[in-house]
Write a protein that binds this ligand. Structure first.
Ligand code: 5GP
Ligand code: MN
Length: 317
């Protein structure tokens, strides 16, 4: 498939799924695709399955119709997996994907090995939303689609500042503004705005952060006790690892939080020569060269030690 418009005119039932813990690129790409399909294939039935996501994305068209429950369904004619580097990341929606008659994955993770029948994976693209735009006919991109895609690009580029931001990213973002996306609303309301509790969590993580490997690595942990004391949930920790990363002299930042069932969720960011996607993959996760993550069983101290060891190995070479 080179363009979404190649879908048959009479396509019937379509399912769209993204990754667990949906972020801006995941929500933006799923809703952007659905809104585009409602323009080019208005008779098709399109369902989106995602875990619950931030209410900040509630203004995007169709956000209220996303399904969070997964009842038994007849196999779909076409399934899209968006912003997902492996089938595990699809969560429970994997059952719809596996059963569908035609399966298409659209993604930009370097760790995606092509789990679908049809794979459109562009590791150089800033975001799945950027890949999606390149598969769309510009003339059919309306304001609703533009707002979704712009949101995804903003989130995965950290507001156009990460190294994945290219000339093409800016060209597409500019085009989406012309189509009606409101940059300052989307950037402030969905990216920078923090609740009081989220700011307190950031403060805790910065206050307890430590430098390792002679200042080459910064790390911090939010423990179950912190969650209780601060009255926060795991959805309140976005952006912490990015703030750690901008510390002067740091090659890599590692942020962990204690998750249920004796596991820790790890987020990693790199500045220089470290490839954090390699480390994440080794621990069963994935991502990009400069931004990756994984969920690991065990206590946070031992996990930190193991990850710091992997970073040290890379720095030595
Ligand atoms: P974050 O640290 O913001 O959760 O994720 C950074 C990047 O790594 C994102 O592109 C995300 O999709 C990917 N990532 C994070 N955690 C995991 C994981 O457990 N498995 C895989 N495959 N990718 C992950
Ligand atoms: Mn993405």
């Amino acid at each position: 498939m080179k363009k979404i418009d190649e879908l048959p005119e009479n396509v019937g039932r379509i399912v769209i799924a993204g990754h667990i813990h949906p972020d801006g690129d995941c929500v933006g790409s799923c809703l952007g695709l659905k809104n585009y399909l409602s323009v080019i294939r208005p008779r098709a039935q399109v369902d989106i399955y995602l875990e619950k996501f931030s209410e900040d994305f509630g203004f995007l068209q169709g956000a209220g119709e996303v399904c969070h429950e997964l009842p038994e369904r007849e196999p779909y004619d076409v399934a899209f997996a968006l912003d997902c580097s492996d089938t595990e990341r699809l969560g429970d929606a994997v059952k719809y994907f596996t059963a569908a008659k035609r399966r298409i994955c659209i993604d930009h993770h370097i760790t995606n090995e092509g789990f679908s029948d049809e794979n459109i994976i562009c590791p150089d693209a800033s975001s799945t939303c950027e890949v999606l735009y390149s598969l769309m006919e510009d003339s059919f991109v309306n304001r609703a689609v533009a707002e979704c895609l712009y949101t995804g690009i903003v989130h995965d580029t950290g507001v156009f500042k990460h190294s994945n931001t290219k000339e093409e990213t800016m060209r597409i973002a500019g085009r989406l503004i012309t189509k009606g996306a409101d940059p300052s609303y989307i950037i402030d309301e969905t990216f920078y705005k923090k609740t009081f509790a989220q700011n307190k969590a950031l403060a805790r993580a910065l206050d307890t952060a430590e430098l390792w490997l002679d200042g080459a690595v910064i790390g911090s942990v939010i423990t179950e006790k912190d969650f209780e004391e601060l009255g926060i949930g795991s959805g309140d920790l976005d952006g912490i690892v990015d703030q750690l990363r901008v510390t002067d002299g740091v090659e890599a930042a590692v942020f962990l939080y204690e998750a249920p069932e004796g596991k820790c969720k790890v987020s990693m960011r790199a500045n220089g020569s470290v490839d954090v996607s390699r480390i994440a993959r080794e621990f069963g996760g994935g991502g990009h060269v400069k931004a990756a993550g994984c969920t690991v069983s065990g206590g946070w101290r031992e996990i930190i030690d193991q990850i710091a060891g992997r970073i040290a190995e890379q720095l030595e070479h």
